[in-house]
Design a binder for this molecule. Structure first.
Ligand code: BGC
Length: 740
């Protein structure tokens, strides 16, 4: 629609109709017969309001969305189509690894492809907007939503943020794209103690340097929407936070798109204690330019009286509605309210062999080989007798909490993956133990006692499984344990204070490892777990995240050597939960471990744990041995007009081709404020054929050295810098240069 027609449309709306555009309700309000009395009653709104609502939450499926749209438009005076928004986080029907796994690919270009598949599949199913990417930087593995983040580093997260938005929005053609809603703005990943929905309080410097870059990257890439986060920042909940929403997002970054509250976050301003009632909450949110109220009756009931009583100007409403109408127009909904929803397209686009193939590739790059003592892996197929055991050994729950449209029956289990490599006489499999000792928490998700008792292994079954597994293990050469968290132990509201493997699995693991066989542990989890004991016991460990639809294939591809693992952690794995928050780019402190002035006890350390990570940021093994030598700089000085070239020789000393992620870190030695011990500034994924070497070069520019100085200017300061290159954040070679 032309801009002048859109303007005319806006001008033709009554105040109530305008407000409708700013309300989002869930799909249950739009039941086919239109009379979803239950949810309306709960929210205290009537059918008239429902009929004017501008967008729908979490309804997908071509036929369903089309029918809702058709009925809605049939009853609508102004004929403004509904927007369908949904959580399509890391795959619609073809499920990719969880974003923490995607982070471990260090391959934004590949992840962009995954997100365009996600967009293609879900556009066929009638979605217009996805609430992705989630780009919250996270340093605390207790937080369940680590699962949705690409990790702990601002630079790497920003790269993925751009890639994901590009993948989702593409060229914005109806059949290839959705509108992207970046979330949760801002700093939602920094909740105190890793506790869900908890307070966030940090300096503006830290906010800008570490937490904001990934959101800004999404906005710069053209993300059409931004979702506010549940947390406070500096005492003000984000949904009513003018500093974040107006000063930074709208004014500094020039964001003209739609801001939507997170689920019920406007009303939660009351529980936060900054609004006395719905009316005050509404006023705070709209004044902060939160355009859409997700899932409360605040805007529906309070905006009109606020305008009529002169407490807010109608102009605020007009501006918000204009942004919503623009979005609908950008999506082409006025011309075609169904966009590209079609049953036929669903039949053709979902879970195609090509999509599966991509998922398998992405997953292979996401898996991280954490340990491989005596080069146990890869295993030669049909040579050793293998016992595949553990609650995930033949379990289709490999897609994780936020893959709501994925289907278990599509998922390749680890057993199925193994079967493609092994003749039956070389493979035995059994669960061996239960996933958890107690499933009572499922009651919170509506499971009845009966259902829980069906899920849980009976005592007799536990005994039988242990006996069976022990007998099979005695007969095996190698035991592959597939273990990890329950799907519901990570994701939203999945904060934990104990992030080890569930006790029942640890006990089982101890029983079987006592047999002295060769052992491999495949870890399924939505977060970095504490794997300290396992790293002592196991020969090999593969971090497999929730690997998605093609998980079983990708895991088997690595175990049997078809793929040489290349994943690198994008989040540190701690020795113990007590180290959290843990991240590689910390400050030195006045008394670092290697302090020259203090010794013994009085340095910054724990007396019962190392400071560093068990498996650090950037870490991951392959089946090859790669050596870094000859780091050289083109000059000892960097000037405004003369960038530096840093190069290093990377040599693959193995008889097998490999992919190495060459990582470059910089440390500003003396600043006007303290600077991190090192910061990732560049990386390259390079392919090295067997027994070959390559010189890898990076250009260092002055811009790479910018930071928020003492005066809060994003600036550079002259002086000495360390430059590090290596295969992870710990094992690096150092050089130094001066910025003149
Ligand atoms: C989550 C968001 C999600 C929204 C809509 C909220 O609880 O925090 O990430 O997009 O629900 O489902």
């Amino acid at each position: 629609m032309k801009q002048e027609n859109l303007k005319a449309l806006l001008n033709s709306l009554t105040l109530q109709e305008k407000i409708g555009q700013l309300i989002q309700l869930s799909g249950d309000f739009f039941a086919a017969d239109q009379l979803a009395v239950g949810p309306q009653k709960k929210l205290g709104i009537n059918q008239e309001i429902v009929q004017q609502v501008g967008s729908v939450l979490n309804i997908v499926g071509a036929e369903k969305t089309k029918s809702i749209q058709e009925t809605y438009l049939g009853n609508s005076r102004h004929k403004i189509p509904l927007l369908f928004m949904a959580d399509i986080i890391y795959g619609y029907r073809t499920i990719f690894p969880i974003p923490l796994g995607l982070g471990a690919t260090w391959n934004p270009a590949l992840v962009e492809k995954a997100y365009s598949v996600l967009a293609k599949e879900s556009s066929a199913a009638g979605a217009h907007v996805t609430f992705a990417p989630m780009v919250d930087l996270v340093r605390d593995a207790r937080w369940g939503r680590c699962l949705e983040s690409t990790g702990e580093d601002a630079f790497l997260n920003a790269k993925f943020s751009t890639a994901m938005v590009n993948g989702i929005q593409g060229d914005f053609s109806p059949e290839e794209s959705l509108a992207s809603c970046v979330k949760h703005f801002a700093a939602y990943g920094a909740g105190e103690g890793g506790r869900e929905y908890n307070t966030v309080d940090m300096s503006e410097r830290r906010l800008r340097e570490d937490y904001l870059p990934a959101y800004q990257a999404a906005v710069d890439a053209g993300a059409k929407l931004v979702m506010t986060s549940f947390n406070t920042y500096d005492g003000v909940p984000v949904t009513g936070n003018e500093f974040l929403l107006k000063d930074i997002l709208r004014t500094e970054w020039g964001f003209e798109g739609v801001i939507i509250s997170d689920y019920a976050a406007i009303q939660e301003l009351i529980a936060h204690g900054v609004a006395a009632d719905d009316r005050e909450a509404t006023k705070l949110a709209i004044e902060a330019t939160t355009d859409i109220d997700m899932k409360t009756a605040c805007y529906a009931k309070q905006l009109e009286p606020l305008v009529n009583q002169g407490e807010i100007s109608e102009k605020l409403i007009d501006e918000a509605v204009w942004r919503v109408l623009q979005l609908k127009n950008d999506l082409g909904l006025f011309e075609n309210p169904y966009r590209s929803a079609s049953k036929k397209r669903e039949d053709h686009e979902l879970l195609t062999p090509k999509n599966r193939e991509l998922a398998r590739k992405v997953t292979s790059e996401a898996l991280v080989l954490l340990q491989n003592k005596n080069d146990l892996l890869p295993l030669t197929p049909n040579k050793d007798k293998i016992l595949l055991v553990g609650p995930y050994s033949d379990n289709p729950e490999l897609i994780g909490l936020w893959a709501v449209h994925g289907k278990k029956e599509d998922t390749i289990t680890i057993k199925r993956g193994f079967e493609t490599y092994l003749n039956s006489e070389f493979l035995s499999q059994t669960a061996g133990c239960d996933l958890l000792s107690d499933y009572q928490f499922l009651g919170e998700f509506g499971a009845t006692k009966d259902v829980i008792s069906q899920i849980q292994m009976s005592d007799a079954e536990k005994v039988r499984q242990l006996e069976k597994a022990t007998a099979l293990a005695k007969d095996a050469d190698v035991i592959v344990f597939a273990m990890g968290e329950h799907t519901l132990q990570s994701g939203e509201a999945g904060s934990r204070t104990d992030i080890t493997l569930p006790a029942i699995q640890k006990e089982f693991l101890a029983e079987l490892t006592a047999l002295g066989k060769k052992t491999v542990l495949v870890v399924i989890s939505g977060r970095p777990l504490v794997l300290t004991e396992e790293s002592e016991k196991m020969d090999a460990i593969i971090q497999a995240w929730f690997p998605g639809t093609e998980g079983g294939h990708a895991i088997a591809d690595i175990i049997f050597g078809k793929t040489n693992p290349s994943g690198r952690l994008s989040m540190s794995f701690p020795y113990t939960v007590g180290q959290l928050p843990l991240y590689y780019n910390e400050f030195t402190t006045g008394r670092p471990l290697d302090s020259k002035t203090h010794s013994g006890r009085f340095v910054s350390k724990y007396i019962d744990s190392p400071n560093e990570a068990l498996f650090p940021f950037g870490f991951g093994l392959s089946f090859s041995k790669v050596e870094y030598t000859n780091l050289s700089l083109s000059s000892a000085e960097l000037t405004e007009n003369k960038p530096l070239e840093a190069s290093i020789v990377v040599e693959n000393k193995a008889n097998r081709a490999t992919t190495e992620t060459v990582q470059l870190y910089i440390q500003d030695l003396v600043g006007s404020v303290v600077r991190p011990v090192k910061e990732l500034k560049a990386f390259q994924k390079v392919h090295l054929s067997a027994n070959s070497q390559q010189t890898v070069s990076f250009t260092i520019t002055k811009d790479m050295l910018r930071y928020y100085t003492k005066s809060m200017k994003f600036d550079v300061e002259t002086g000495d810098f360390n430059l590090y290159i290596g295969g992870n954040s710990r094992d690096v070679i150092r050089a130094e240069f001066i910025l003149k």
